[in-house]
Design a protein around this ligand. Sequence first.
Ligand code: 6PG
Length: 236
Amino acid sequence: MQRPDFFQALSIYPNAGQLAKAAAERIVALAQEAIARRGRFCVALAGGSTPRATYERLGKPETALDWARVHVFWSDERCVPPDHADSNYRTAAVALLDRVPIPAENVHRVQGELPPEQAAAAYRAELHAALGADGRFDLVLLGMGDDGHTASLFPGTSAVEVHDASAVAVYVERLDSWRVTLTLPVINAARHVLFLVSGASKAPALARLRGGERLPAGLVQPVDGALAWLVDQAAE
Ligand code: 6PG
């Protein structure tokens, strides 16, 4: 079956460990290229649990990266304090940021401890100030939920339709929780977007995407950037 173009670059790995290894290698290569070309690497980290193994690999001493030239942001964040178990910042800090010499000022977290709308406004200001003149990420890392959501762009939420703001607060009814998420225009403006999808629970959503169903993850189609899906066999 002809895959819709958002599967233009689908790579399948035997297991989650191989996926994490490949993802870390790609991220390092993209970072080195961005630093060589533009002097720095701006990446939005994915939330959830899938990317943890990739972050742990990036946090190893042998990772050859000039962390002083790396700026990290988040694709989305739960509206909780940074030390909360659900915090996407905390996941990345434990697995990666606390293990590498990245300057504190290069870590642009969503202030999940603030009221949602304030957190979103502060994050929009941070994105505007820190992303540079063209406002483009070098890389946006994304996961996908079993309902086809990505970042915190959940099916049926207004955040999916936002085109005039870089980040918004969104109440996710099915989770009874507030999130702050990048919006599609910012994601689709990225130079590179990398989906990391692992586990059998994701297979139905991938099949729905293949079938052409309009799910948020399928709306990620970089305007002038490269899209890649790294998927393990369990999810495929
Ligand atoms: C989040 C994520 C979300 C996540 C998917 C997959 O904050 O939860 O940004 O979009 O990537 O829900 O989550 P898992 O990797 O935990 O399956």
